[in-house]
Design a protein around this ligand. Structure first.
Ligand code: UDP
Ligand code: MG
Length: 323
């Protein structure tokens, strides 16, 4: 049987760690699947890391990774993928919103020869109306911009070692895991799952952080907004041609234009188009800047291996460049 690594990013999840380990033990152990749990503590402010240390004392399946600060979920997922030793690797939330039974189903599909098994939401669970609306707009845009159906996509997936290595080999710092996993290709299938209620703690997403996440991922995955700048420019040009003709006609027919209003509108319109365009370009430049800085995606301060129950203090020096 091939070893399954389950990557679990955790940020302020102290109340979920023990339960998640227990549930996964029951389900994966029950199905006879050899597994390890790569729990990545994304610089939590609560006792998440203490809880990981605690479970690692009794549970030999646990491999804990502790970030030096909060680097965000994408970085935590990436670190988990880099640290996982399994032949097949799954990524799931550690609040049990992704039903663990689905892992067994995914594992069977992997055994049938699929390299990438995507978890697809059959129902978005209980999200607030505004959250749902924002998510719909964001995923609609992503679907159009990437040509990959993102509407019901999730971070819940299972990938073969080959596919994971392909993801790990991508050089970009800002990775949008959800889309990257399908971008790498390979024999892909999907399983649908129902988003469960969060077991404990609260969601880490405010509407503001979702908007930021959306912008970030759009920019790191597609240059489509740049095309808006070009299209906007062309639309402006078209308007100006029409207005020029109109003004000239008015002038030569002797109807002096009392064009103050028109003038203001045109000025404001073009001015705002220019500023929006500059903003979009500026955002891309800032992302390019971040990429060329070539900072590590994350910094690990310590790790723990369940079977040994010992902690390796890494003196904050290990980072993703050493993978
Ligand atoms: N998470 C993380 N780093 C962060 C924010 C979230 O590792 O900065 C983890 C979190 O612990 C959880 C998963 O990402 O395991 C999904 O987060 P959450 O449940 O808050 O999102 P939601 O399910 O509400 O979309
Ligand atoms: Mg959640």
């Amino acid at each position: 049987m091939q070893l399954l690594s389950v990557v679990l990013p955790a940020y302020n999840e102290e109340d979920n760690i023990e339960r998640t380990c227990k549930v996964l033990h029951e389900i994966l152990g029950g199905a006879g699947i050899p597994y390890e749990l790569v729990m990545v503590d994304d610089g939590s402010r609560d006792r998440t890391w203490e809880m990981i240390l605690k479970v690692s004392e009794t549970d030999s399946h646990v491999y804990g990774v502790h970030f030096s600060r909060n680097f965000g979920k994408e970085a935590a997922v990436y670190a988990g993928l880099a640290k996982a030793t399994g032949d097949v690797i799954a990524v799931m939330d550690c609040d049990l919103q992704h039903p663990p039974e689905t892992l067994v189903e995914m594992y069977r599909l992997y055994q049938e020869g699929y390299e990438v098994i995507e978890g697809v939401k059959s129902d978005r669970g209980s999200e607030s109306a505004i959250h749902r609306k924002m998510a719909t707009i964001f995923y609609d845009f992503m679907t159009k911009a990437t040509g990959v159906d993102m509407q019901n996509a999730s971070d819940f997936k299972m990938m073969s070692r080959k596919a994971v290595n392909a993801v790990l080999s991508l050089p970009e710092r800002n990775m949008f895991f959800r889309a990257t996993s399908s971008w790498v290709g390979y024999k892909t299938t999907s399983v649908s799952f129902e988003v469960q209620e969060r077991q404990a703690g609260e969601s880490k997403w405010s509407t503001a952080s979702l908007v930021k996440y959306a912008f970030n991922n759009i920019v790191s995955f597609t240059t489509a907004p740049m095309q808006f700048v070009t299209i906007g420019g062309m639309v402006c040009f078209l308007f100006s041609v029409i207005l020029t003709i109109y003004s000239l006609v008015m002038k030569f027919t002797g109807n002096a234009v009392d064009g103050y209003t028109t003038l203001i509108i045109v000025l404001l319109f073009i001015g705002s188009m220019v500023m929006v365009s500059l903003g979009i370009i500026g955002y891309y430049i800032s992302k390019i800047y971040e990429e060329v800085q070539h900072r590590p995606r994350y910094i690990i301060s310590s790790t723990v291996r369940g079977e040994r129950g010992i902690t390796d203090e890494l003196n904050g020096s290990e980072n993703s460049d050493k993978e």
